[in-house]
Design a protein around this ligand. Sequence first.
Ligand SMILES: Nc1ncnc2c1ncn2[C@@H]1O[C@H](COP(=O)(O)OP(=O)(O)O)[C@@H](O)[C@H]1O
Ligand SMILES: O=C(CO)[C@H](O)[C@H](O)COP(=O)(O)O
Length: 515
Amino acid sequence: MARAWLWAGPAEEDLSVGGPRLWTLGNRPGWKVVQGIDVNQVRGLGFDATCSLVVLDKQFHPLPVNLEGDSRRNIIMWLDHRAVSQVHRINETQHSVLQYVGGVMSVEMQAPKLLWLKENLRETCWDKAGHFFDLPDFLSWKATGVTARSLCSLVCKWTYSAEKGWDDSFWKTIGLEDFVADNYSKIGNQVLPPGASLGNGLTPEAAKDLGLPAGVAVAASLIDAHAGGLGVIGADVRGHGLSCEGQPVTSRLAVICGTSSCHMGISRDPIFVPGVWGPYFSAMVPGFWLNEGGQSVTGKLIDHMVQGHAAFPELQAKAAARCQSVYAYLNSHLDLIKKAQPVGFLTVDLHVWPDFHGNRSPLADLTLKGMVTGLKLSQDLDDLAILYLATVQAIAFGTRLIIEAMEAAGHSVSTLFLCGGLSKNPLFVQMHADITGMPVILSQEVESVLVGAAILGACASGDFASVQEAMAKMSKVGKVVFPRLEDKRYYDKKYKVFLKLVEHQKEYAAIMKGD
Ligand SMILES: Nc1ncnc2c1ncn2[C@@H]1O[C@H](COP(=O)(O)OP(=O)(O)O)[C@@H](O)[C@H]1O
Ligand SMILES: O=C(CO)[C@H](O)[C@H](O)COP(=O)(O)O
């Protein structure tokens, strides 16, 4: 999803008392959001979006990224895995830039997708292309006419180094020397830190579309997960009895969980975690290194498991009758069937491996598939609810595996800060606390990814001197969920099974490969 938030300046003299006023554009047309407000109060605009690849020709018109030649489809979405052969070849080069993406480049990054376009759509797309944008940079260009790229996108998805810039040898080695020849003009040779003010702000044309005054400050953007990280990680945690109260911000892990989950941990010095993206300098919090673990489908996986079950129509009807979401209904149904035991114990003989779209971290293996063990012949609502629970738990075990990899490499994590659509699900939150053994902090503003974008807008407007200052003022703790430590033994056993599942999956693949 692509989003923008408007920064309307402080509501009171003291931001920490009154809090900022923010309006979300979300996916709605801007004019709807600004209905009924004084648009002259809007001081800044920030964008975040997924790291999808937007392709335009030299006149900034959309170019097709498909064999059918349909130019309405000019974006390769982040989760598009078409460039499998290209990413294998890139990884085989063992080029030094790969050290900064966890040692293995992901098929979801931009270099393999660009190579795919060159190899598969040479005439219809590659030769005509004038501009390749990460989606957040495309949005800020659309708002301002400024083609400068955000450091965040280029560092995290395009192999740019905040310290050394582009590495010519990488692009030449993988067969994309074209970019070097034209001084990277198509992928960005002007790079700005997230939150920097772009050109003269909102153009008259964009202002008309959004229903805002022309000239409103627009910030260099962030990828969605990074905006979420900025929106939560700097909150003042005093008074909640949390161990991270006296610890540095580097002990916090922001987990942005929506369609996918992204695990953002920062450090003062670079930490190389095999299979975890980064370390990226200044890509999220300025001056800090970032490691980004991830699970490619999480919210999407839960939706997939629930919607594909035979009892889904019954669930839908029952949830609708109670005016509840299917997830609220499933959570209350689990509470009914658990009887006296803790709800998590309902999956003693049902286990899920969640990599239905490959493993992003820490195994960095896109060939991995999903697994379920413990199915019965019945397919009623109880079965659906327990399968849903096992899926939620599998995603939390995946988070535990990522944290263990980060800690083995030098991170020290004590607290999770969850945001995104899945953080609205109390079962998902409690399972993350129980399975990682860490307290989970939820923000006051549930749409924390948008708070991150608003922080950018607030910086671009000049109301804050630094991103850090804006983070500290604009992120607020809402609720804290503590782990049920008495259930630890059960989850440790389930985690053992979880690790066995992937071990066995690899064995099956080896058997099938053999003679
Ligand atoms: N109220 C809710 N209760 C339970 N799950 C939710 C709720 N809202 C969203 N979700 C889950 O969050 C996912 C979408 O999260 P969201 O952050 O909106 O997506 P995106 O990452 O694409 O922006 C959905 O796939 C769904 O599983
Ligand atoms: O790779 C990313 C962040 O680095 C993607 O933008 C992200 O995983 C997609 O996010 P969402 O779950 O919001 O669709």
